[in-house]
Design a protein around this ligand. Structure first.
Ligand SMILES: C[S@@+](CC[C@H](N)C(=O)[O-])C[C@H]1O[C@@H](n2cnc3c(N)ncnc32)[C@H](O)[C@@H]1O
Length: 281
């Protein structure tokens, strides 16, 4: 059963029944036009963290390989209210190069980032993030230390997403807020995020392993087991902005400041979804 809670946020209470499909990423056909950056992803297994080292120069390019992460970071930060106490801590699991940081400016948090990839963390530090080089499934921080835990586009990269969720919930103080976004474990998600997206020039090949995608109902249930009442809603890039962006990409033109596509709520959680939840007392 799915209940609409308001503003498109859903409380999911039964298992997802979407059938699995496998090997959709083994596509025939030539990809000879893909550039060296994308081929770098092919030399490594899917979801190999070393891809982030190969793509280190892309993080802060607004039209680069991680362009959509910029759009998602803005949407994720919009879920985070201003801190209600001095010294409030936001732990950013899988922080990458700290793309969330500019969108948190002025909200009053100390921003601590945890990531496996040193080359990304070095850039996060340059954007004011306190960096911890480590695994989101075993974070060296104390229970209940965080006012907010963010996990943006992380869970679909972690071999054991349940362990990362347990850590996220453990780190939250009672009343603390969990915000996240990830890719759903559905056939549509594998089609859109892997089969279609990885044919686009700006999307790295092999960055996702669709076997790691996260069923939204299972995620909600796992958070509940750890005391966090997670609500989810589908999100996607706004169509006019996305079309303008694709058009500019095709012409090799840069996106003017402030004209990047916006992430907007959508009825279906079947591809990309946000979650936000508060840890109970
Ligand atoms: C798609 S990027 C998202 C980065 C950032 N959250 C953002 O939205 O810009 C995924 C990040 O997760 C990191 N990562 C993957 N597995 C991880 C793990 N087990 N523990 C910590 N970080 C991990 C990668 O190094 C990478 O920086």
């Amino acid at each position: 059963m799915t209940a609409v809670v308001g503003s498109g946020w859903l409380a999911l209470t039964s298992p997802n029944t979407v059938n699995d499909i496998t090997e959709v990423w083994s596509l025939p056909g030539s990809r000879a036009t893909l550039d060296a950056m994308r081929d770098a992803g092919l030399r490594l297994p899917r979801n190999d963290p070393r891809q982030y080292d190969e793509l280190a120069g892309e993080w802060w390019q607004p039209d680069g390989a991680f362009a959509m992460l910029h759009w998602l970071a803005q949407a994720r930060a919009a879920l985070v209210p201003p801190a209600v106490r001095p010294g409030a801590l936001l732990v950013d699991l899988g922080c990458g190069a700290g793309l969330l940081a500019p969108h948190l400016a002025g909200k009053g948090y100390r921003h601590v980032g945890v990531d496996l990839t040193r080359s990304a963390l070095a850039q996060a530090v340059a954007h004011g993030v306190t960096a911890i080089n480590g695994d989101a499934a075993a974070v060296p921080l104390t229970d209940g230390c965080a006012d907010v835990v963010a996990a943006g586009e992380l869970l679909e990269h972690v071999p054991d997403w349940r362990a990362a969720v347990a850590e996220a919930c453990r780190l939250l103080r009672p009343g603390g807020l969990l915000v996240l976004d990830t890719l759903n474990d559905t056939a549509l998600s594998r089609l859109v995020a892997v089969r279609i997206a990885e044919r686009l020039p700006a999307v790295p090949r092999g960055i996702h392993d669709p076997r790691l995608f996260v069923d939204d109902r299972e995620l909600v249930a796992e958070c509940a087991r750890h005391g966090v009442d997670l609500r989810v809603r589908g999100v996607r890039p706004g169509v006019p902005g996305l079309l303008r962006w694709l058009f500019r990409q095709a012409r090799g033109a840069r996106t003017p400041v402030g004209r990047a596509p916006r992430i907007v709520p959508t009825r279906s959680t079947a591809v990309l979804y946000q979650g936000r939840g508060v840890r109970g007392g």
